[in-house]
Design a binder for this molecule. Sequence first.
Ligand SMILES: CSC[C@H]1O[C@@H](n2cnc3c(O)ncnc32)[C@H](O)[C@@H]1O
Ligand SMILES: [Zn+2]
Length: 446
Amino acid sequence: EPPDLIVYGDYLLTMDPETGLIEDGAVAISGGRIIAAGKRSDIDSRYVATKTIPGAGRVLMPGLINGHTHTAMTLFRGMVDDLDLMTWLNNYVFPMEGRFVTPEFVRTGTQLACWEMIRGGTTTFVDMYFYPDEIARVVDECGLRAVVAAPHIDYPSPGFSGWDDSFAAAKDFVTRWTGKHPRITPAFAPHAPYTVSAKHLQATVEAAAGSDAMISMHLAEAPAETAYIREHFATTPVQHVAGLGLYDRRLIAAHMVQLDDKDIALTAAAGVGAIHNPTSNMKLGAGISPVPAMLAAGVNVGLGTDGAASNNDLDMWEEVRMAALLHKVASGEPTTLPATTALAMATRTGAAAIRMADTIGQLKPGMQADMIQVDYTGLARQPLYDIRSHLVYTLDASDVVTTIVAGKLLMQNREVLTLNNAALRSDVQKASDKVRSALTAQAPGQ
Ligand SMILES: CSC[C@H]1O[C@@H](n2cnc3c(O)ncnc32)[C@H](O)[C@@H]1O
Ligand SMILES: [Zn+2]
């Protein structure tokens, strides 16, 4: 069967431990999947495709996986800075979400996030935000791949009065979207152990068991959470949720900063995916996740940006670099978390953390054709000695030139093909004008 598309690269970084780095490589794609990956000479001798994408000056590699974000929060980018998690959340973010988050806001904010992710080479993301049907619609239209997790929380939130209606809507969302779309995986999103009671977390566990859906939640993020759980349950956040059955389900745990040795061992034994969000953790002063210890214990650790309100962008290259640097600072040992490990966390290991290791994160036959080309030739990027080092420590999101998901081109020569740039700019302007007037009205001295 002739491939629909062959994509080339001076360097093919498969992230498959068996093939690794191939100079002058190519990937052949048919029906949205990879049918062959290897030396250009070998692929060209076996296949002729109707369409090809040249690879001169480019690295071809798997698309990046953002394991934890809140896409629509792009519209809250830069709203408030330099606050700890609980002050940021309770005094600013929750009240502003109550005022401004509508289906229209989520649609525009998610489109803005998807535009930024496509431009930066992210091909899969795990989202957790209000009005998940809007998110799923945007994902369908823009061509990305996503786990869309439906939020439920004990307190009033956009569209809901509290637990009962938010949980009912989450169950309905997961039921309606399960098996419905090849690029969209629905999941449950109980917000955090300090905003969802023990009884309600058990209800989430039961609902997820019924549908075998994944659960994505904030866990062990900051010292205030640890203190709250210690005071109310006399244990750690991890041991609290593990005792409620969450560790027996397909859990994606975001943050995982405040962990003791027993928490790490439990996480490894249960196969829970941990998502490290280094920029958000640094900005909110949450602490430093023990990532090297988790990796050593065999935990699948992925990377995430968190929302743009605590980052302030959705640039996964920044997370890769921050992860590689932060843990060297924390350990005082520059061999900690080398470039190859950081890259794996954004691709192969990240895919395992979100339980998609069989379909994404590596370029090899049978996998989904989710890949990017990165231009390594910019003058300010010269010279080049080692392509993996270059990707982690030198290149960034602005060097990504091609983004492909399921064999479909979402960006070519840095032009996003699946979103309307002008309409999006105008919608973002309108939505952010409303937020700006509220901020101006509240500003001291006004
Ligand atoms: C229940 S939908 C998502 C909910 O989470 C809030 N949020 C964003 N970032 C964080 C974070 O780092 N820790 C805890 N909660 C966070 C977001 O504003 C939504 O309300
Ligand atoms: Zn978050």
